[in-house]
Design a protein around this ligand. Sequence first.
Ligand code: ADP
Ligand code: MG
Length: 482
Amino acid sequence: MAGEQLEFGDDARSIALKRAWERALRVLAGNINKASFESWIRPIRPLAYEDGQVTLAVTSAFAREWLKKYAAQIRASLEESLGSPLEIHFTLQSADDRPLFGEKEPEGREGEGARERGGEQRPTPNAQRPTSESDSLPSLPLNEKYTFDTFVVGKSNRLAQAGAAAVSASPGAVYNPLFLYGGSGLGKTHLLHAIGHAARARGEARIAFVDGERFTEAYVTSLRERKTEEFRRLYRSVDIWLVDDIQHIASREQTKEEFFHTFNALYQTGRQIVISSDRSPRELREMDERLRSRFECGLIADINPPELETRVAILERRCRAEGWSIPADVLFFIASAIQSNIRALEGALIKLVAYSSVMDSPYSIELAQSVLGEYFIEKPAPRREAKSVPVETILRAAAEGFGTTVDALLGQRRDKNVATARQAAMFLCRELTETPLTDIGMMLGGRDPSTVRHAIAKMEALLNYDPSVRRLVQEIRSNLEH
Ligand code: ADP
Ligand code: MG
């Protein structure tokens, strides 16, 4: 246990402190419930004993807060062992770790660290190691853009976001582990990073973000290089462990076993664990049952594909952040077309901006449509086998519904109401008949198929964001279907 390794010279005082701490631990173990003892007391390391002051090292700001509750008991048991009145200080200090991967350690860092621990410089009560030491953690860097501020919350991700926020505010205390799952591009990685940033801003130093693949890689390397001890020590020294895409370790026996032990070591000492996966714990079939049931001890939150409002809000937020001014109907058009992946949604927006600047053309639905061509795989639900309605009937119903005439639909007028009625007519022809777009175009005054496609896309967008058009078109449609 780290508690036995005093890291300064073995002078009489430090030996006395070490013994006293061991005795105090035994007393405290008898007085404090086991879970709290293991989580908060056991990880403490006695650091210094000087002028009636004892400095105890804790590994997180959170632990330091928590320990205030036990400060009196700890002081009393140490006073008893050392036989004199004491003042107790807690200081943040972490184990001596070197990176397994991630950001490079700055030159000379090792030497510096060694000196710090070597004994010439006795740690003082406020001998905190700089937080920049977090780059010696087994962590991949956090993306600055993935914060809670930039995360748009909607019905689809509310639970996951709330869980993540709670966990970053009180690591280890509320939901442990927090398990987030959902399809690709729905914000799992974003939330994990957001937890990391928020916890860091609150003074948590030892935050490690890793993904299933990198964990596996690092473990395999440590096996090959016979450094599994170091691997373990490193991984078990973190306070907040963010593990992304756990499904990537699910099929590897040895890595799974190691993961299990790391998980347990952290869990039992009250460290916060957050896991993301592309499927629920139940569906992680290759995962050990022991682990699956551990995952289920905390909060499991799924992230679903975002609703239209959230998709639009995500696009709007991004435009604001980047200073792009794109008309609302174009954003609605994109948000309507791409429904199940936020990465693709943002990708389309970025592509639109690039096209617009390269082709020097303004933002428009037409431009968005040509940019989005490749995404049009996301079609609405397949058309059901409806009885076919004659195109003429549809035209008449649409004209009537919008208070215009069939002639106007076939003509060239572009005023808003007629244009919308025409789009509705084309949309309904596609929904209710098997007529090819070319023929729909022909029957609507000789328009070409791309115009028809565009009109239908525009109507789909309108249906999503204009409730009055939606009601009207639904009404026309249900009349036609009966
Ligand atoms: P996952 O890890 O689930 O595959 P990511 O976290 O990598 O997804 O998210 C994909 C992209 O979508 C990222 O750029 C992310 O910032 C963005 N994103 C996802 N969800 C949201 C959201 N709710 N608000 C803002 N951006 C989001
Ligand atoms: Mg991800």
